[in-house]
Every structure is written in C-alpha cells, then in structure tokens.
Design a protein around this ligand. Structure first.
Ligand code: ADP
Ligand code: MG
Length: 609
C-alpha cells in the first residue's frame, strides 16, 4: 500500500542528505553567520562533532521569526530562481537549520539590534520544547547536541572522533581563509585550538592559517573575473597537497584541474613527492560558473575551464619567477655594525692575491685557490637573515606587480652569487664561499645543471631551437574529440615549434617540430595531452615533455661532481647563477646551495649560547 511518509521521516531523510557529517553542518552554520555579517565567530565542538556550539555577533534573527527559521525551505535570502545565478549569500535553500533541527537537540538564542532581549527556541529532534525571551547579546548562538541520535544508522557511519573533528577544523580554516576581516575561535572540548584575529588583507590571513610567513602573492584581472594566489616559496615543501586551498567565489572547492595547474607552475622547483602550500582564489562572473551542481557545494562547474587552468598556471609561474629574480638580487642592506661598514664586494675582488693553502687544484697548477686574508670582524654580522628570507622587495599590494619589476631593476647592482667570495672547491664537488652572513656551499653540478636547463627552456619558449619541417607530416589517428582538444592548444604548440593540421576527421598531422624532439615522442605525448584537456580542461604534457628533455640534456652536458674547476670557472658559474634566478634549485627541485650562518657556526663552537 502506498502511503504518504510521516513528515518527521521526510525531514530526517532530507536532513541526512544536507548534513552528511558534522563538518557539513558546521560549514552551513558558519555560512549563516557570515551571511548575517558577523565579525566574530566562536565555534566549540565535542563528542566527535555531535555537539556543536556556534556564537556570532551578526544581525540576529528577529524574535518572531525564530520558529520560521528552523522550518524547511524558509530563507530570508532568495525569492526567485534567477537569484541562484547571482548569489551574494552562501545560503539559499533554507535547509540547514531545518535539517539540523530534525536530527538533534537544538537551542537557538538570537537577538537583533533593535530588540531589548533575545529569544530562545529549544527543540528536541524537531519537536518544540519552548520559545521564550531571554537576556542575550546581539547576534546568534546556536547549540546542537546529540546529533544523529535519532538516526543510529547514520551515526554508525561517522568516523572516529578525531577524524570528524579534524574535518571540522579544516572547514573552519577554509571559511576563515576567505574571510580575513572576521575573527575566528575554535575550541575542541573547551580547549582553544586556533584563534585568527581579524586582519586587513587576504595575504595576512593566508599567512596566519598556513603558518608560513612571507608568502609570494600575485593577482591578475581578466574580463571573465580575477585570480589571486598566495603561496610558499620553493624553500618550503609539504609532504602532500593538503595545504593547497582553492576557492571559487569565496567558496572552498575541490578541483583537481586547478590544483594541477598550480602544481605545474612549481614544476622543476620541487622534487617528486614534495608540494607547495598555497591559497588560490578565483572570482568568476556569475554567468560563467555554476555553484549548484553538488549538494554540499564543494564542486563547481566553470564555463571555460581551459582558460582558468592556463591563467592559474601563468599567474603563479610569473609570480614565482619574479620572486626568485627579486631574491637573487635581494636588496641586502649592508648593515652597520660595530662602527664598521662591511664592503663585501671590494673584499671579494681583492681576494685573488691572498695567501693560504691551496684547496683544489684545477689541473692548471698556476691557478691556485687561496684563502684570502680575512678580516674576521668584517664578516661578524650576527644573526643576519639570509637573502632568501629578507622581506621581499615586492609591494604588499598584490595587485601591483609592476612596481616590483622596477624595483628589482634598481637592484641589479647587487648580485648575490657573484658577490660571494670564493674560498675554494671542496671534494671536487662544492664551491665553498662566504658572504657576510655565513658560509655558503654550492653544488657545482646542480647549479650548472639549472643554468643549462634554463637556457634550453628559454630557447624553447622563444622558439629559438632548430625546427624541422617534416617532408611528410607525421600522422596520428585519434578520435575527433581528441583532435579538437589538440586544436584548442594549437597556438601554444606553435610557440614551441610544433605545427599541426587536420589530415582527416580523425587524423592529426604534425608538419614541423623541434629537431630535439624525437618523432616517436609526439604520439604518446599529444594523446596524453588530448586526454587531459578533455578530462581536466587543460594539459601541460608537451611542456612537461620538453622540461624533462631539457633536464636530461642539461644533466648530461654540465660539469660533473668530481671535476676540478679553476677560480675563473667558479666565478663564471656564480655569475651565471645571477642571470638565472631559478638557479637556487636544480631542475629536479634539489637545492643547489647550502648555507651555515656565522651565528650557527659560532654556536657550534660554543662561542654563543
Ligand atoms: P539559508 O541559509 O539557506 O537561508 P538556513 O536554514 O541555513 O537557510 O537558515 C534559515 C534562515 O535563518 C536564514 O535565511 C537566516 O534568515 C536565518 N539565520 C540562520 N542562521 C543565522 C545567523 N547565524 N544569524 C542570523 N540569521 C540566521
Ligand atoms: Mg544557511
């Protein structure tokens, strides 16, 4: 017999869909507080997330609407379906409070600005217990207990208490990340787990939450929207991709394609298995994005994923390159100390004539490398930050990349690597150098490899590699969908010398390509590109192939470890490192240099506490 379901049961089924886990519910509640324009939010969780208290100082719910707010499909936020495409609030379905009310003991206390008292509503798994006036501050305080106690089957599906709470912390951090002006407190069993004070801008908030100072920042505006990124410099590495946060219209989303674009932009700065940390915020014109495709809104659909993919890659990559440029010519302010001014460059050019033991022979015994006669005091600057951690000479305002460029030009006079004083070559592998900050060792092979790699990559990017026209075009058979995908990147292929043409509805012809790329490489590489463009909206297969090719060419053509270098050769190597700011890392992401500050050295000798 067919019967109408009891409304309570309908409520519970629907609640199960909206709030799958405590973290989903917390997200909804936090969004309600933000929609109410709260500037302070306090979250307390316990019982594996089944008890949640959330207090905000937002607009509050008028006393006469409290009972309405917990009914299904009641919302103060939209009136018609068109509004769905132009959302300025998070909530729009009026389901969160009703769902929470159906599956928990809920207490809602709220007061608006123009009420003298607050109003408190108590419900027990959807049944009203009481609704009375009560003293309260302006804002809303929602207390949930015994979540899912009336749905034992659902409760069984919850994971361990620590997993659920960890997920709730992530949700709270994500919300905090995209709302720098709001203060957040998060307590787990009455213990304050984190506190984020309100800050002025997005960058500071990202630094607060990622717990990484001096993030690199960049932003680009487009006709279709804008991109902002804040990410760690390549010295910072994470063991997984968990610290990469992506937001679309200030909503935290999971998007593999955009994450890939971000990771790709760091290629050749990270070793396999290492990841950067970063926050990527995209704002897209409302007509170009659909946020309502997923029940928890954690996935969105972009109208043109390919453009977004490329834009994230380039915005990040450019910022990274500029950052490295800025750093290698870091404006190391020559510090004043003990009444003496260190003039490092003078010292360095005067060194060649010094006396001292020869460290490394170069085969040419005339060319001896000597310990310069050091005036130790000149290098005694203590605790002086290494150049890479000196506040970058970039504007705080991420929207102004140009200023940065000008600045680094002014600083061209400071050449970090060529200004190092070479002490000698150790173990026929490392250049041993000193600066006023400390001892610096440079891995000659890794450094040279990077330089050659950058030269090759530059040649590719500028179309300066030898190109061959094929007498007969190389033909590749593929589904027409793939063919079409490849034509969407026709221009970027052309830039690296690969000219394509359709030889038939399902046949791609390659008319020309760099001589360095073997004929056999095109097939697998382009097929993989096509697949990725189709699945993810973009691909870097060809670029990846070229980078690998350059890396292996570089690796085989450079000075090896164990090869003696003359002073002149060492100087040239350092000079070239200045020309290629990326040379702090070898193409496989390994660091090229190692530094021990005078401070650390003195500590090791027990000269400092
Ligand atoms: P939605 O957010 O989709 O509108 P909810 O069920 O989450 O639906 O909330 C229902 C209504 O309750 C909201 O439209 C809002 O008017 C009110 N509300 C909920 N939480 C708060 C809060 N923290 N501060 C002020 N009003 C709130
Ligand atoms: Mg809501």
């Amino acid at each position: 017999m067919i019967k109408h379901l009891d409304p309570d049961v309908v409520g519970q089924i629907a609640a199960g869909e909206v709030i799958e886990r405590p973290a989903n519910l917390l997200k909804e509640l936090l969004e309600n507080s933000l929609d109410a324009k709260a500037s302070q939010i306090e979250v307390r969780v316990s019982e594996g997330g089944c008890s949640i208290s959330i207090k905000d100082n937002g607009a509050g719910i008028p006393a006469d609407q409290l009972e309405l707010a917990v009914l299904r499909h009641t919302t103060s936020k939209i009136r018609q379906t068109e509004d769905l495409w132009n959302l300025s609030t998070y909530g729009f379905r009026g389901e969160a409070l009703a769902s929470a009310a159906a599956v928990s003991q809920l207490r809602l206390l709220s007061r608006t600005q123009d009420q003298e008292y607050g109003q408190e509503l108590c419900l027990d798994f959807g049944k009203k217990l009481s609704c009375n006036a009560k003293a309260a501050e302006v804002g809303t305080w929602l207390q949930i207990d015994g979540l899912f106690d009336n749905l034992p089957a659902r409760k069984k599906f919850l994971r361990s208490s620590s997993t659920e709470i960890a997920q709730m912390k992530l949700v709270c951090k994500a919300i905090a990340l995209s709302h720098p002006q709001v203060e957040f407190r998060f307590y787990d069993k009455n213990e304050l787990k984190f506190y984020f004070a309100a800050v002025e801008n997005q960058k500071l908030r990202a630094e607060q939450i990622l717990e990484i100072p001096n993030l690199i920042s960049a932003s680009t505006k487009y006709l279709w929207g804008s991109i902002e990124v804040y990410f760690s410099n390549p010295d910072h590495r994470e063991r997984n991709s968990k610290n990469i946060w992506i937001f679309a219209q200030d909503r935290w989303i999971q998007d593999r394609a955009l994450q890939t674009a971000f990771l790709e932009s760091q290629r050749n700065f990270m070793m396999h298995g290492q990841y950067p940390a970063g926050v990527i915020l995209v704002q897209i014109n409302p007509q170009d994005i659909d946020v309502n495709i997923h029940p928890t809104k954690s996935q969105v659909k972009f109208k043109d994923p390919q453009i977004l993919f490329q834009s994230i890659y380039h915005t990040t990559r450019n910022a990274l390159e500029k950052h490295l440029q800025g750093n290698s010519v870091a404006a190391v302010p020559v510090p004043e100390f003990r009444g003496q001014r260190s003039d490092f460059r003078e010292q360095s050019s005067a060194q060649a004539a010094g006396r001292g033991p020869q460290i490394a022979g170069s085969g040419d015994s005339q060319q001896s490398l000597n310990f310069p006669e050091l005036q130790r005091t000149q290098y005694q600057q203590k605790n002086f930050d290494p150049p890479q951690s000196i506040p970058e000479n970039r504007p705080d305002n991420a929207f102004d990349n140009n200023t940065h460029e000008n600045k680094s030009e002014d600083l061209q006079a400071f050449k970090f690597w060529s200004d190092l004083q070479i002490i000698g070559q150790a173990d026929l592998t490392y250049l041993v150098c000193q600066s006023k900050d400390g001892l610096i060792m440079v891995d000659q092979h890794a450094a040279h490899e990077r330089i050659v790699f950058e030269k090759l990559m530059k040649a590719f990017a500028q179309g300066q590699v030898p190109i061959q026209d094929f007498l007969f075009p190389l033909a590749l058979d593929m589904a027409s969908e793939k063919l079409e995908a490849l034509f969407s990147i026709e221009q970027s292929l052309l830039q690296i010398g690969i000219r394509i043409e359709a030889l038939g509805p399902q046949t791609l012809g390659i008319l020309s390509g760099p001589t360095w790329i073997s004929d056999r490489a095109y097939g697998p590489c382009l097929m993989k590109s096509a697949d990725e463009i189709i699945d993810r909206g973009g691909s870097f297969q060809m670029e990846k192939y070229i980078a690998d090719l350059c890396a292996s060419m570089a690796c085989h053509s450079v000075v090896r470890a164990g090869q003696a270098l003359s002073l002149e050769e060492m100087k040239n190597l350092l000079k070239e490192m200045d020309d290629f700011p990326e040379s702090k890392y070898c193409p496989h992401g390994r660091p090229v240099s190692f530094k021990q500050s005078w401070y650390e050295i003195e500590k090791s000798f027990g000269r400092r506490g």
